[in-house]
Design a protein around this ligand. Structure first.
Ligand SMILES: [Zn+2]
Length: 178
């Protein structure tokens, strides 16, 4: 049976990041990987409403050697134990590939591998470039206000993760009960 999904950006949404000159510093060791457990109740609401929860993340530091597969695996194992995630999809490439966001490769992969119905699915992110990712994949984008987003870039613009979830539940006709 086909299912709708909420595609989640990882860095800045599921885990905390540091900033330097408004640039995001992504953790390269498990020790520096701090999960944003505040969003757990909101993720549970999406899950209870029947959405698959799929993380889509670019991790080019794998290709450049700054981040090892073993450290990444530890981070993602920890994410899976903290949050009710269905899948974590990673683009490890730093060059021209079809799975590096904003190209829609990971969305198409989710459609074929996990039978996700993209037209009823959402991309939740704090990166404006993911609006393009959602658009080319046929999903609705929900942009959370950050250094990397601006009003008008995507389909929806919200203040925080909780509001993103409220909007998704409302649009998809699920009861957005508090
Ligand atoms: Zn890739």
């Amino acid at each position: 049976m086909k299912k709708a999904a909420v595609f989640l950006e990882r860095d800045g949404i599921l885990n905390l990041v540091r900033f330097a000159d408004r640039r995001q510093i992504v953790p390269c060791t498990f020790r520096d990987f701090i999960v944003n457990s505040q969003i757990l109740p909101s993720l549970q609401r999406l899950k209870e409403a029947g959405f698959m929860l799929i993380v889509t993340t670019n991790q080019p530091a794998i290709s450049s050697g700054e981040l090892s597969r073993a450290e990444l695996d530890k981070m993602h194992q920890f994410l899976r134990t903290t949050f009710p995630l269905d899948q974590i999809m990673v683009c490890p490439h730093s060059d021209d590939c079809s799975c590096r966001k904003p190209k829609p490769g990971m969305l198409f992969e989710a459609r074929s591998s996990y039978l996700v119905e993209l037209v009823h699915s959402f991309v939740v992110t704090d990166k404006g470039s993911d609006a393009e990712f959602a658009r080319t994949g046929g999903c609705t984008s929900v942009l959370i206000k950050s250094h990397f987003t601006a009003q008008g870039q995507g389909n929806l613009f919200v203040e925080n993760f909780e509001e993103a979830v409220q909007k998704i539940l409302l649009i998809s006709g699920k009861n957005p009960k508090k």
